[in-house]
Ligand binder design. Structure first.
Ligand code: FES
Length: 166
């Protein structure tokens, strides 16, 4: 059976072909790695934050699909110059809208991009030893879907075992 190409809109395809802010950031203030348990893809988010808690720049590395590259690219552009508190409020839905929509089986790819951003923000405050009142202790929806490397490895190996037992 031949695989049907996914119906990506032109904006997603353009961002996928020419992503912005792709690559490692040497002088990042904080770095977060996150992986999606559904597809096993991973992404790294880098933020450079100034002492007023404003994001000066953001970049990413993605081992994910076109939808993940497109959404990560747009997130890094959206948050540039933003206060962390405002960046925290970005939801995966607004990011999906910003790329002009995604096929529903690709929603998790945008969730991964936002989850990595939120993990980076949380890690920044953890490293600083402060917890602003808007940063809820309970992980956000996106963070729950964007696991840390170790958690992801655990989920995937458990899944492999269950498959083997079938
Ligand atoms: Fe894994 Fe899109 S399929 S990030």
């Amino acid at each position: 059976m031949s695989r049907m190409p996914l119906p990506y809109n032109p904006k997603v395809l353009e961002l996928f072909r020419n992503p912005k802010n792709l690559g490692k950031m040497e002088d990042a203030t904080v770095t977060a790695v996150a992986g999606n348990p559904l597809c096993g893809d991973m992404i790294t988010f880098y933020l450079k934050i100034n002492d007023q808690d404003i994001i000066e720049k953001a970049s990413f590395e993605s081992y994910g699909c076109a939808a993940n590259i497109a959404t990560s690219s747009i997130v890094t552009e959206m948050i540039k110059g933003m206060k962390l508190e405002d960046a925290w409020r970005i939801s995966w839905k607004s990011v999906t809208e910003a790329v002009g929509g995604l096929p529903s089986i690709k929603f998790h790819c945008g969730i991964l991009a936002v989850g990595a951003l939120k993990r980076a923000i949380r890690k920044y405050y953890k490293n600083k030893g402060v917890s602003p009142n808007w940063l809820l202790e309970e992980p956000s929806f996106e963070e729950k879907q964007a696991l840390e490397e170790e958690e992801l490895a655990k989920v995937l190996s458990k899944r492999m075992k269950t498959e083997e037992e079938k």
